[in-house]
Design a protein around this ligand. Structure first.
Ligand SMILES: [Zn+2]
Length: 120
């Protein structure tokens, strides 16, 4: 299904530390520690850093951490929507195939009738 493996993603989600994940929200959300937390487990999962020119890693504002938390938290819902859309598309595909078969059968019947009554 698609360009990536939804089953593997769900497996990774199931094995990972429980969600929701959140970026550190100290200092009214302006903390720059870069820590990513699991809310239910109440543990730090990782810290995001960016190296400076002097090669000393310093914490950056929580932008990267907030992106990771938002993406991981949204992933189960996105997978649900994707699989639902796929199921809907499969149903329409089946309906189209049936409609084409019916059309072809009706065309064949019309041809037989035209021949039988020498119409057209
Ligand atoms: Zn912090």
């Amino acid at each position: 299904m698609g360009a990536f493996d939804t089953v593997s993603l769900r497996d990774l989600l199931a094995k990972a530390t429980p969600r929701p994940w959140k970026a550190c929200s100290a200092n009214d959300g302006h903390c720059s520690c870069g820590l990513l937390w699991s809310v239910p487990a109440d543990v730090v999962l990782l810290a995001t850093y960016v190296p400076r020119d002097d090669e000393i890693s310093v914490p950056i504002v929580n932008d990267n951490t907030q992106l990771i938390a938002a993406a991981v938290n949204a992933l189960p819902g996105l997978l649900d929507e994707m699989e639902s859309d796929k199921a809907g598309a499969d149903q329409w595909h089946d309906k189209c195939l049936l409609a084409r078969q019916e059309r072809d059968q009706l065309r064949a019947q019309i041809q037989e009738l035209e021949i039988a009554f020498r119409v057209g």
